[in-house]
Design a protein around this ligand. Structure first.
Ligand code: SF4
Length: 250
């Protein structure tokens, strides 16, 4: 087994980089012009193959906004469930349609797919460009469908800081808690992508900020399948995922 990957325990899937939000804190920057999305069948096959070799404990699907492609997302979670991955999380901003029937349908499909936690990104930043009403409809539908859902806000400076964004975020969170959703830990914004441009007054840019989500390249714990199929130095549309992992060098 490749010595740099022998502790692999997590698969991340970026379903698409297209997004319905235009958030000023987004670490990925501007999402304009992205049209790719990952084929769910192909991603499911890769997950299946990885799980035959590695002891994967966590599967996380995110974007962009992954629910722009709900059928593919559901195929990915079904594969995760079949492969007995214990934690199967979806991160979504909850806004992919304004049509109540379509939102309800996606919630029902998700409940059936094997996702076992949804992290709903709602806060002052998301709600600057994402309307509240369809997100609340979605939140109500997934809650009623019995999917464990946690509110996952982005905090500026820290969760305790009382800057105007955090004050607004607390107001928004109360609306979602009123429909019965639980509060999750969320995350603290670090200066990357849009945040480095639009929120720079909140950071000391002479300081080195460490990306909390980056792995040691000599000991990868997680592997990320991108929206165009790229993984490490290969692509699941062209190469065997196991061969890609075997060939990896930092
Ligand atoms: S923070 Fe999330 S919802 Fe906002 S633009 Fe970035 S990916 Fe989209």
């Amino acid at each position: 087994m490749n010595e740099f990957i022998k502790h692999l325990n997590r698969i991340e899937v970026i379903e698409t980089m297209a997004c319905t939000g235009h958030c000023k804190h987004c670490s990925e920057g501007d999402h304009a012009g992205f049209t790719d999305h990952l084929d769910g069948t192909c991603a499911a096959k890769a997950i299946d193959e990885i799980c035959l070799v590695y002891n994967i404990d966590s599967l996380m699907v995110f974007g962009g906004e992954p629910l722009l492609y709900p059928e593919d997302v559901c195929k990915i979670f079904k594969a995760g469930k079949m492969a007995r991955i214990r934690r199967r999380d979806l991160i979504t901003n909850g806004y992919f349609s304004k049509d109540k029937a379509a939102i309800h349908d996606v919630a029902e499909k998700l409940a059936d797919s094997g996702v076992n936690r949804i992290l709903l990104s709602v806060d002052a930043f998301h709600q600057e460009t994402i309307p509240l009403e369809p997100v609340m409809t979605f939140a109500t539908c997934i809650h009623n469908a019995g999917i464990k859902t946690e509110l996952s806000p982005a905090w500026l400076v820290s969760q305790e800081d009382n800057n105007p964004y955090n004050v607004k975020t607390r107001e928004i969170l109360r609306l979602f808690m009123d429909i019965g959703l639980d509060m999750g830990v969320g995350n603290v914004i670090w200066p990357e992508g849009n945040a480095r441009i639009y929120l720079k007054e909140y950071f000391d840019l002479s300081k080195d900020y460490v990306n909390p989500y980056e792995d040691d390249p000599k000991n990868l714990l997680s592997v990320s399948i991108e929206a165009d199929g790229k993984v490490l130095k290969g692509n699941i549309y062209q190469n065997s995922i196991i061969k890609i992992l075997e060939d990896y060098k930092p």
